[in-house]
Design a protein around this ligand. Structure first.
Ligand code: URA
Length: 441
C-alpha cells in the first residue's frame, strides 16, 4: 500500500477498501505515515466523504488501535451513554444514577472538557477526594457493588483516534460526519459496553448546528454501533440554549444533586429522564412507557440520589456534599450582569456562554490548562424570559477577580434582546434506533 495512491483514490472520489483503511490506521499509529500525508487524506475525506462500509472500517481500525476493555467480570448487560458535548450538560451526573438505580450496570469512561464544552471527569473532580483513576479491579468491583462507576478515559483507549483527532484539530477537518462518527464510536466500542445510548446535541452550543446534520450523525453512529453488535440508540436534544442554569464544574455537580432531589430545572430533568429511560430500553429490554415509569419512580423515591451518593463514596469522594452542597468548592469573587432594557431574551448563543464560563477559569483553552472547580456562571434568566431593566440576568463566579470583566463582556455579546417573545424550542427533537428515525418536531 502506498499512502500516495490512497490519497489520490479518495481525492478522486473513490472508495477505500477495508484492508486499505486498516493498513493506513496501523501505519499512522506506528509512525510510518507522516502527518502531512494523513492531513491530505483527512481533507480528501472531508470533501468526498466516506460510505458506511468505509466509516465502519475506520471505526473498527481505530477501536482496535489500543486496549479493548473486557467487561465480562461484571455480570449482565452493561450500558454506556455518550453526549456529543454541550454547555451546562451535566446529564451524565443525573441520568447515570437514575439508570443505575433501576438496575442498569454502568462502567463508564468519560473525557475532560475542552474549549467551550465541559467534561464529566472535570465535574466529578470538583468533589473533594473523588478519584477518576481506578485500577481495573476497583472499577469492576464498584460497578458490581453500586451499579455505577465513572473514570477518566485511559490513554490506551483508541490511541489512533487520539492521534488523528489532534491532527484534525489543526487541519480544519473536525467537522466531518464520517470522521466524527468513527472517532466517537471507536472509543465507545473499545470501552466494552453492550448497549450505547447517544445524546447528539443540536444548536448553537453543539458541534452540529442544524437538526438535519445532527440526525444524520446520529443515524451513522447508531448504524456503526449495531454493526459492531452493540444495541445502540440516539436522542437528538437541544443545545441551542445551555442546559439547566448552572455552568462550571462544582456548580454543575450542585445542580445535578438538586435535580436528583427533584428540585432541578425542568429542561435538565426532562432530558436526563429521557436519556435514562433510553438506557433502560436498551439494557433491560423494556418498553418506552415502562422505562419512563421506572426512572421517574427512581427520581421521586430517592433511589437515584442514593446511587450518586454511593458512587461518590466508593470512588473516595466526600459524599456529604450530596446533603450539603455548600461543601463543594466555592469561589471567592462574584459579580452580576443586569438587563440594560425591558425586553425578551430572544437568543443566548450557547457556545459563547460556554466560552464566557471558560474565561472565568471553569474550562480549559488548551489540553494542559488548569481549571478552577469553583468558577462558572449561573443563568438567572434564559431564552424566552422577559426582563426589566436592572433585573439580574446572570451571576459570575471565579477565584481570580481579573477574569471577571472579559467573561462578562463575552457573555453580554452572546445575548440578543428583543421586544418579541421568541418561539419555544423543543428539548428533544428525534429518536434514532435500528428501526429508523422518529421525529418529535
Ligand atoms: N468528539 C469526539 O470524540 N470526536 C470527534 O470527532 C468529535 C467529538
Amino acid at each position: 500500500m502506498r499512502m500516495y495512491d490512497l490519497i489520490l483514490k479518495k481525492r478522486n472520489g473513490g472508495t477505500l477498501a477495508e484492508a486499505e483503511i486498516r493498513a493506513m490506521v496501523n501505519d499512522y499509529v506506528a509512525g510510518k505515515i507522516p502527518d502531512y500525508q494523513m492531513s491530505a487524506m483527512l481533507m480528501a475525506i472531508w470533501f468526498k466523504g466516506m460510505d458506511d462500509a468505509e466509516t465502519y472500517a475506520l471505526t473498527a481500525a481505530l477501536a482496535e488501535s489500543g486496549d479493548q476493555v473486557d467487561l465480562s467480570a461484571i455480570p449482565g448487560r452493561k450500558a454506556d451513554k455518550h453526549s456529543t458535548g454541550g454547555v451546562g450538560d451535566k446529564t451524565s451526573l443525573v441520568a447515570l444514577p437514575l439508570a443505575a438505580a433501576c438496575g442498569v450496570k454502568i462502567a463508564k469512561m468519560s473525557g475532560r472538557g475542552l474549549g467551550h464544552t465541559g467534561g464529566t471527569v472535570d465535574k466529578l473532580e470538583a468533589i473533594p477526594g473523588f478519584r477518576t483513576t481506578l485500577s481495573r479491579e476497583d472499577f469492576f468491583r464498584i460497578v458490581n457493588e453500586t451499579g455505577l462507576a465513572l473514570i477518566g478515559q485511559s490513554g490506551d483507549l483508541a490511541p489512533g483516534d487520539k492521534k488523528l483527532y489532534a491532527l484534525r484539530d489543526v487541519t480544519a477537518t473536525v467537522d466531518s460526519i464520517p470522521l466524527i462518527a468513527a472517532s466517537i464510536m471507536s472509543k465507545k466500542i473499545a470501552a466494552g459496553s453492550d448497549c450505547i445510548l447517544l445524546d447528539v446535541k443540536t444548536g448553537s452550543g453543539a458541534f452540529m448546528k442544524t437538526l438535519d446534520e445532527s440526525i444524520l450523525l446520529a443515524e451513522k453512529m447508531v448504524a456503526i454501533g449495531e454493526r459492531a453488535g452493540r444495541r445502540t440508540a440516539a436522542l437528538v436534544t437541544d443545545m441551542d440554549i445551555p442546559l439547566g442554569r448552572k455552568i462550571g464544574n462544582a456548580l454543575e455537580v450542585e445542580e445535578a444533586i438538586d435535580t436528583l432531589r427533584g428540585d432541578g430545572p425542568l429542561d435538565l430533568t426532562e432530558v436526563s429522564l429521557s436519556l435514562a429511560a433510553g438506557m433502560l430500553e436498551l439494557a433491560l429490554d423494556l418498553s418506552p412507557a415502562e422505562s419512563r415509569r421506572r426512572v421517574e419512580a427512581a427520581l421521586h423515591d430517592g433511589h437515584a440520589l442514593a446511587s450518586l451518593k454511593a458512587m461518590i463514596a466508593a470512588q473516595g469522594g466526600d459524599s456529604t456534599v450530596v446533603d450539603e452542597p455548600s461543601r463543594l468548592p466555592q469561589a471567592r469573587f462574584s459579580a452580576g450582569l443586569d438587563a440594560w432594557e425591558d425586553a425578551y431574551i430572544d437568543h443566548m448563543n450557547a457556545e459563547e456562554i460556554g466560552v464566557a464560563s471558560s474565561l472565568l477559569g471553569a474550562g480549559r483553552m488548551t489540553l494542559d490548562s488548569k481549571i478552577d472547580p469553583a468558577a462558572g456562571l449561573i443563568l438567572l434568566k434564559k431564552t424566552g424570559d422577559y426582563v426589566r431593566k436592572g433585573d439580574a440576568i446572570a451571576e459570575f463566579r471565579t477565584n481570580d477577580r481579573v477574569l471577571l470583566s472579559a467573561a462578562m463582556e463575552r457573555f453580554r455579546g452572546a445575548l440578543r434582546l428583543s421586544k418579541q417573545a421568541p418561539p419555544d424550542e423543543p428539548l428533544i427533537y428525534a429518536k434514532i434506533d435500528r428501526d429508523g428515525v422518529t421525529r418529535y418536531s
